[in-house]
Write a protein of this length. Sequence first.
Lengths: 345, 280
Amino acid sequence: MFDTETEGARIELRALTKHYPGQPAPAVDNVDLDIPAGELVVFVGPSGCGKTTTMKMINRLVEPTSGEIRIGGKDVLSLQPDELRRHIGYAIQQVGLFPHLTIGQNIGLVPKLLGWPAARIAARVEELLSLVNLEPSLFHDRYPRQLSGGQQQRVGVARALAADPPVMLMDEPFGATDPITREHLQKEFVRLQKRLRKTIIFVTHDFEEAIKLGDRIVVLRERSHIAQYDTPAEILARPADDYVAGFVGQDATLKRLALLRVEDVAPVGPPQPTGLPQVAAGTSLREALDVMIAHGSDRCSSPSGVLTYAALCGVVGTGRPSSTGQEPEAVPSLPAPEKVVAGGR
Amino acid sequence: MAADTLTADILGSEASEGAGVPGAPETAGALTADRARPSRRAARLRLLLTPAAVCAVLAALYAWVSAQDLDSIEQRSLNPSVILTKAAEHLEMTLAATALVVVIAIPLGIVASRSRNRIATPVILTAANLGQAVPCIGLLVLCTFLMGVGFQTALVGLVAYSVLPVLRNTMVGVQQVDPALVEAARGMGMTRGQVLRRVELRLAVPAILAGLRTALVLTVGVATLGAFVAAGGFGELIINGLKLNRMPVTVVGGVLTACIAFLIDWLGALAENVLRPRGL
């Protein structure tokens, strides 16, 4: 259906508006947004700001009043809506697994709608169950009510991936789980997305989740006006206005530390296996700082070298007197932000 | 040997400890199965209760009638061929009426459940309510003026009377389906028809079957009125017995009607168990 079949496709929204009849103001007002192929973009904003409505217009569960939507260059509004939705993965907070179907049947539903042969569906279901870390032989024939909340969410993600769609829409898919399960699912999901490189629109009201998952974040205010559209590191370092700053919260610097790994800081010396608190490779700077504070030390040692408190401040600090237009170090783990259209009127 | 058993024991106890951890994936199914087992056995026993009781009542009825000194009028009604004929007529009326109810009430229930038919819903419900509220015997008399006496006239009355439970249960059954499921189904690319057939109606099956069961039992009772429009059935035994002042004939007609109602209710329960979607 879309030119790029399985890898992500670019999504373009142009002057997208939804005005419900009888309402004084539009729910979504003139949104322009470009979502690069293969990126996970998080829509974050308070409840009722129109983020879910904006998302649902992309698979036309909500019909736009006016505007344009293009996926991989194709005009979505000219396509048959049911056919369109079969090529867009969709996961929601309530999961919505069909209780009368087994896990296998739930996952195989969209491929079946698309008319895949039975053998191909069976193979795909097995593959997806393994992909979301559920043992196929154990779970294939179970019914949804026999699964825990976290397991159901994973099946929900597997089901959204079933037909290998280039685009996925996810509406707080981990919202209904407890914090521990949630964090686990988020980590798994990030790993999964690194492999699959789908174009994903992920809706949440949880800014922490947005930072953890997003390649980019769209901070929305009421009527889906875009307050800021940028990478998590940029939004944390340079919130566009007070509204975004309010969303970021008081601990923006700590949150930025959490985005960086010990390898991202130039060490002040070779690793010291003894005499200093130790952190493992791949530890986030926030955790490294935690270790330093816990040990009352201003430095710690990782396999890549010795890390100092001053070096941490150098990476994320903005209140330094020498900050005359000086950029904080680029974030190597994230793609550099390319020029994208971002702006609602 | 001994060591092997010991290892097995240890492994076994470890496994059962593992099973005790809340949220361990394998346990959820096992626990529900364990909890369900005694209640399932109880349900199975309850299922045997109805046929056993009906058999006992029939045996007692047979013994009582055999002990009576029947006169020629009674003998003309209380003989196997007449009773079997009446039973066949009664069942025929009941099943034909129920089949018509299925064909009429389920589609109407679906129409009434759709939110875009907000105007049609009260009209449909009022009509169905009227069918049940109007005394059936009055309706039968009215139908006789229009259609004459006979099987078909009786059917009209029966259908009018038993549409409501099926219609209402279909409507409620479809409406009570979790909106999140409908949204998920639409979001996955099912057409409205597919959502209705594959999700909403499947999940409404228990409610629809419960309505059908109620309708069947109602119909068995009301079918006795079919005798007034010469449609036969056990109603004939009851009315003849009353008219001719032959108490045993009336009792046999009444008891047999009740037995059929119980058996049909029982079959309904069996059908509910078999047809309810697994996983609910």
